[in-house]
Design a protein around this ligand. Structure first.
Ligand code: HSE
Length: 440
């Protein structure tokens, strides 16, 4: 059979990885796919830069539309990123009857409903393994490997930049801003790291996993997002003293009332495997009713790890593109007409436990007042740690830190209790609140 023809929009680090891996492993990939997979066209605004990456192995064009409009191209791989030009080109490729592979989490998290509807109407595939956790085949696992299960929750470290920063903060006892600068100098963090450090990149990926896990439409606008910019080295240290590590987690959970969809720093018991995922690595835990807890670990970014995911999608398409659309695996794991309308819960309705750090006046009755307010709100305390004032503020200090771990409670109730505690004259600084996940 004639090799399937692929065009790459936006050849760069990932695109050249696709080229190199396809070339290196072409025989095995062909034996798996049942036919060859050939990248015959690539685009990049700067043609000389593209030629430096692919040489004469493919036709290089400056205008990505030339690929989308070429009838010889069967599959378009979108690696441009962003949600404007990439969206136009993906919709044009679909309209032209081409299958699409994309690594663009933002595009699908925000415009997925429109893109999947267009692809469904046209009978083409849209595959996006590379959009979530780079080389880890988590989309395949959720969509196919765990298909027997009623999935209960998914929790992941799905942003390598922030995990690198948190690992460095813990190892070296440094504050966020110092480590961020170092991470940028070393190339671990981008010059504009906003999407990573504010949790937006993780929320894009979580939105896709949530849709697949629970059969709900992609709803990025309903995700609760909190990044790591406010984390202090002292909270990482106190968490450690209590047996926890702090990780930026993306968590999506099915409850009786709806689906939790949230990204925020979380205390995780240090004994959990996921708490020990360090540096730029990614890991995702999935809890299914039949399988129990599963864990997937690997590189969440990089040229060949991401290419590994892109090529897996190319192989799937090479195998399935002649099948009837109804015989293919649905984009979001559940059949198009069988999506659930389970709502995404507002953050106030999420149930979780908490780490609280209060800078208080070191005087009689302060702890009793604070814990009294928690008791009045029916919030149960799990552990309390009080540092000696000298240790916190130096000799003769009159302030100290009180750290409280709570049991589960609904977030709206915790918010009300926090307002009351914050109003106490003996609470001397804004209270730090970090959510805690046992992941048991
Ligand atoms: N910037 C992402 C990360 C990789 O740091 O994990 C691409 O989503």
């Amino acid at each position: 059979m004639k090799p399937i023809q692929v065009g790459i929009l936006g050849i760069g680090t990932v695109g050249s990885g696709v080229f190199n891996v396809l070339q290196r492993n072409q025989e095995e990939i062909k034996r798996r796919a049942g036919r060859g997979i050939e990248v015959t066209m690539v685009s990049r605004r700067n043609i000389a830069e593209a030629q430096a990456l692919v040489g004469d192995r493919a036709q290089v064009v400056a205008d990505a539309r030339a690929i989308v409009q070429n009838p010889a191209i069967d599959i378009v791989v979108e690696l441009i990123g962003g949600t404007t030009l990439a969206k136009e080109l993906v919709l044009e490729a679909i309209a032209a009857g081409k299958h699409v592979v994309t690594a663009n989490k933002a595009l699908l998290a925000v415009h997925g409903t429109e893109i999947f509807a267009a692809a469904h109407a046209k009978g083409v595939m849209v595959a996006f393994e590379a959009a979530v956790a780079g080389g880890i085949p988590i989309i395949k696992a959720l969509r196919e490997g765990l298909t027997a299960n009623s999935i209960q929750w998914v929790a992941g470290i799905i942003n390598g930049t922030t995990n690198f920063i948190l690992s460095e903060m813990r190892d070296k006892g440094l504050d966020f801003s110092v480590v961020l600068k170092e991470a940028q100098r070393l190339g671990y963090a981008e010059a504009d790291p906003t999407f990573d450090i504010e949790g937006v990149d993780a929320a894009h990926k979580l939105t896709l996993m949530s849709a697949i896990a629970f059969g709900i439409p992609v709803q990025f606008d309903k995700a609760y997002i909190e990044g790591i910019t406010q984390l202090g080295a002292q909270d990482i240290r106190y968490a450690e003293q209590l047996g926890y590590r702090i990780k930026l987690l993306g968590i999506t959970k099915r409850t009786a009332n709806g689906v939790e969809l949230r990204v925020h720093p979380s205390l995780v018991p240090a004994k959990r495997l996921i708490a020990n995922v360090e540096g730029a690595m990614n890991a995702v835990m999935v809890q299914g009713d039949a399988v129990g807890t599963t864990l997937y670990y690997g590189k969440g970014a990089g040229s060949e790890p991401t290419a590994s995911a892109v090529i897996a999608d190319l192989v799937d398409i090479a195998r399935l593109h002649t099948a009837e659309p109804a015989q293919r695996v649905p984009y979001l794991a559940f059949q198009h007409h069988s999506m659930s309308d389970l709502p995404v819960l507002p953050m106030g309705e999420v149930v979780t436990s908490y780490y609280l750090r209060l800078r208080v006046a070191d005087q009689a009755g302060v702890l009793a007042t604070v814990t009294g307010l928690l008791a009045a709100a029916d919030i149960s305390i799990d552990a309390v740690l009080q540092r000696e004032a000298d240790e916190v503020g130096g000799e003769g200090a009159t302030q100290t830190d009180v750290i409280i771990l709570t049991h589960d409670c609904i977030e709206s109730r915790m918010n009300a209790a926090l307002s009351q505690m914050q109003a106490l004259p003996t609470v001397l600084a804004p209270i730090t609140r970090i959510r805690k996940e046992e992941l048991a």
